[in-house]
Design a binder for this molecule. Sequence first.
Ligand code: SAJ
Length: 426
Amino acid sequence: MKKIKKVAVVGLGYVGLPTLVAIAKTKLYETVGFDLNKKKINDIKKGINPIGDKEVTLYLRDNKLNVSLDEVVLKDSNVFIICVPTPIDDNYEPDYSLVESAIKLVCKYIKKGCHIVLESTVNPGTCEERLLPIIESLTKYKVGKDINLAHCPERINPGDPRWNVYNINRNIGSINKKFNKQIAEFYRTFITDAKVNEVSSLKVAEATKIVENTFRDINIAYVNELAMSFDAMGIDLKETIEASSNKPFAFMAHWPGCGVGGHCIAVDPYYLIKRAALSGFDHRFLKVAREINNGMPQYTVDKLIKEMKKLNMPLKKTKVVLLGLTYKANVADIRESPSMKIKEILESLDILIETYDPYIKGKYNCLEDAIDGMQTIIIGTGHQEFINSLPVILSNSKVKIVVDGKNCLDRDQIKKMGIIYKGIGR
Ligand code: SAJ
């Protein structure tokens, strides 16, 4: 098997860029990065980090990364790591177009003995059923004999201060054990503080990521359903889960909220649902969990409307301010964001809506201005700024109703101000 001298990363987002930096830091390989986004490439060349990852910022401060818009940069690579998005389309169908484009691009530059590693999340079977035929139709190489096709699902957690590409365990599967051993050894040269586990096949590697993220989605759906039930019974679910969490085994807390966003948890279950259906299995439970989570933005708006009606607030004349647009706290990403769904629902009711998110440029430059003169608030994202600053601002405001879609505020503190507080499950 060929010695690994040059490594190319295709797709320099929140997965690809930290991966490229981790490999470059080993100083064992010539490392190159390719992306289609001109601004991103120019930023990186100027030492500007386009994502929040602090290791990338540090590295770019004192080092140059060889990144390019020109695909020729991929030439002579022994390893191609593909880290491009795998979204779903409007019908919740997996969209592999970016992965397939990346594979076709890489096929122009692969040589005998090289490894193609897909890190993007795909459903089980994608590598062998979709990508392998493309590679063998575009090149003279036989996957498994001349070149390796591997899958090492990414586990980057955007905004996480603790877990990163160096210390998160990884699973890797290849077209055969021989190639898998070599590519796993390569991964171990830059994943310095975690295990690189060789699994027996591509399908198992693909399945692990889908199972991890579907596990999270169904558990969030569980507590979201509990939240609706406990609201009806007048039981504080947040306190209940906190109490249940002191069980030292066999309990894993998840938290109710106004919905599930992001391009992992809200998306990955659909991959499995669709792929299993092709094999004749209907994932009823996964589908119900998705319906529950997708219904939480409406549930949150319904809570607000109910309280506005109790105060005889005219729906079409009372301004509502939606705080938080991103899909999770302290991250500047609005993909599949429940807040954006809440915004759509409010607009469909012709309710006047203002928005503020410290991570998204908008009409207001600060929280105080966004709340000034407002009577009703929906919190869609639990940003730290809201937790820190809202109580003081609310105590000097005209706000009458707060619907806390992320249960991020101290309910009793807000109620003591004479403000109606409604959480999700509390
Ligand atoms: N959410 C809840 N309740 C919860 C947890 C999350 O409503 O108890 C919501 C969040 O508000 C958000 C969505 O679900 O809208 C997704 O949140 P997330 O914390 O799962 O964040 P992601 O989408 O960034 O998920 C990533 C995933 N990492 C990878 O795919 C490599 C996921 O596997 C991780 O479990 C997750 O980060 C994490 O633990 O933070």
